[in-house]
Design a protein around this ligand. Structure first.
Ligand SMILES: [Zn+2]
Length: 108
């Protein structure tokens, strides 16, 4: 391996000696995660997602665009909230089905 000036700091090497080691380490961690491969929620393909804007992610394979974290497609908070929201939607669906059933029973 040839000598590298950015072997330790990675992508944060572009900041040179500025901003301190702690901040540059953080940036490296964030950027490595951001540029890595992630699973597309639509086609389940493991791809390098595009990020056209803050918190908006686009799959280059199927063109699916979705909201995510500002720096990573999925965040810890997002993962915590998603199942609850899905549960809520499922509950609404169940209620709707029951209402339709009751209406049908009343009609006949
Ligand atoms: Zn996709």
């Amino acid at each position: 391996m040839p000598f590298s000036h950015t072997k330790i700091v990675g992508p944060a090497g572009r900041y040179g000696a500025r901003y301190g080691m702690g901040l540059r380490r953080k940036i490296t961690m964030i950027e490595v995660r951001q540029r890595g491969r992630h699973r597309c929620p639509s086609c389940r393909e493991l791809v390098r997602l595009e990020r056209p804007a803050f918190g908006i992610w686009k799959c280059p394979k199927c063109g699916f665009t979705f909201a995510g974290g500002a720096w990573a497609p999925q965040t810890v908070l997002g993962k915590t909230f998603a199942p609850e929201e899905l549960k809520q939607i499922e509950l609404e669906k169940m209620r709707w089905k029951e209402r339709v059933k009751a209406l049908r029973a009343a009609g006949t």
